[in-house]
Design a protein around this ligand. Sequence first.
Ligand code: ADP
Ligand code: MG
Length: 560
Amino acid sequence: MQEKGTISIHTENIFPIIKKFLYSDNEIFLRELVSNAVDATQKIKRLASLGQYKGELGDLRVEVAFDKEKKTITISDNGIGMTADEIKKYINQIAFSGATEFMEKFKEAKDANEIIGRFGLGFYSAFMVADKVEIQTLSYQEGAEPAYWVCDGSTEFEIGEGELEERGTEITLHINSESEEFLDKYKLQSILDKYCKFLPVPIKFGTNEQEEEDGVDEEGKPKYKTVEVDNIINETNPIWTKQPNELKDEDYLSFYKELYPYSEDPLFWIHLNVDYPFNLTGVLYFPKVKNDFDFQRNKIKLFSRQVFITDEVKDIVPEFLMLLHGVIDSPDIPLNVSRSFLQADSNVKKINSYITKKVADKLAEIFKADRKGYEEKWADIGLFVKYGFVSEEKFYDKAKDFVLLTNTNNENFTLNEYKEKVEPLQTDKDGQLIYLYTNDATKQHSFIESANNKGYDVLLMNSPIDNHFIGHLEQKLEKTSLKRVDADVADKLIKKDDAPEHVLTEEQSTKVKEIFNKAISKPAYRVELESLSPEELPVTVTQDEFMRRMKDMAAMGGGM
Ligand code: ADP
Ligand code: MG
């Protein structure tokens, strides 16, 4: 018995519109149909585990196939299937509040993702590439009859008896003439790789040939035959779905290689795993970037229940961590919504600060457990840490204990350590601390040396973020100013009177002064004893500015 009906949306026909506006992103039809198939298998598994399905579960799987001649793509599964009533309910009544809203909104939508997700048009994305779609399905329910549905992209559909003998659903797309590019093994394989690579149920796509041992020949050597094996395109248990304690370093490293085949090993990683107040799993890697500012961004892949969504994670991951690599999987991130909506979402805000906290905690942990190792990584992580330090108050609160200052002797200090180191010498009369820095140790070599000779330390600030970093340090550190060690600054540095190099006792100093005074025997001159370190002039003879002007005795002015 065939039944005809009209799909309940209150407009003439939205399919031509879907096709026209979604053309750019139409490959996602496959993601939508495969994830529906996966959902169906997960549902039957769940029903079985709850005891509500007592039949044979079988090996749950999804299969994608295509026929170039017939111009069809078929997606089949052995999930829960649908009864005719369910088809009417779930397929015919399109899950959006009204076509009017759709008609208004689609004008603004920039890509298919946005419309498909926002309006629950998952299944209907098939009409972006097909001019006819058929469903053959058999529900898991006892006594269910197989059902059949067909729709040619108009709002008319037919529903009737189906042919399936086994539980599950088979969806056949009759590919339209503009979309024939999809009737290609490599094209389909690449779309599956992109969106379906980590789905939780095996997805078969064609077969591969494989050599298999087949007995031995007369001489006892093994014989081989070629066999066809299923080509399973996905990895059903990617590492982010596992517990950290089940995993070894090699697992994290090989997953990294799988995601970014040509990259150097990452420095370290953070396994994210939280289920309250939002659900999120993932692994974030710190890549090797050095001070290279050309590194690639957008390397984090966003998944929702193992379905790839996008590698545009701005707003979800804090800006300063956009250079990280890896995956984030969260069903609690609203998909396909506008940027402003995403930024305002409370889960997204929480996720953002959760990631910030996890990264800060991990860095603090490495710093504490292995200071040397941390310093070795500093060239790579310094940029992230400083970027976070200047841009995220919450990160700053933790990073102030593990951000490092490096001086021109390649020694590293925390902020506290550095303060302690330079405080005795580099504090002026008003108690103001002076930190010197250079952004080019080669060009400023002589100034650095001169500063060093006067006992001053010079920091190396030559990374692209350092200008901001210096500005931020000045804001955050109390009574501290940072000065670039140029000619002017280096000249004006004064060696402190209480420098520890004084080696003469008071009595000896007086004697030395007397000797000099006698030799000069002019009251206008003053004899001053400086430190006796080898780089310094041990004694200076000066005359007061006033006297000097009066007498204009240039020959004896200044130090000698
Ligand atoms: P969503 O997946 O967001 O619910 P879709 O438009 O993708 O929206 O699918 C609509 C509904 O159709 C699904 O919720 C499900 O009930 C049903 N459905 C689609 N594909 C299948 C399938 N392969 N097996 C069983 N039910 C399906
Ligand atoms: Mg769906």
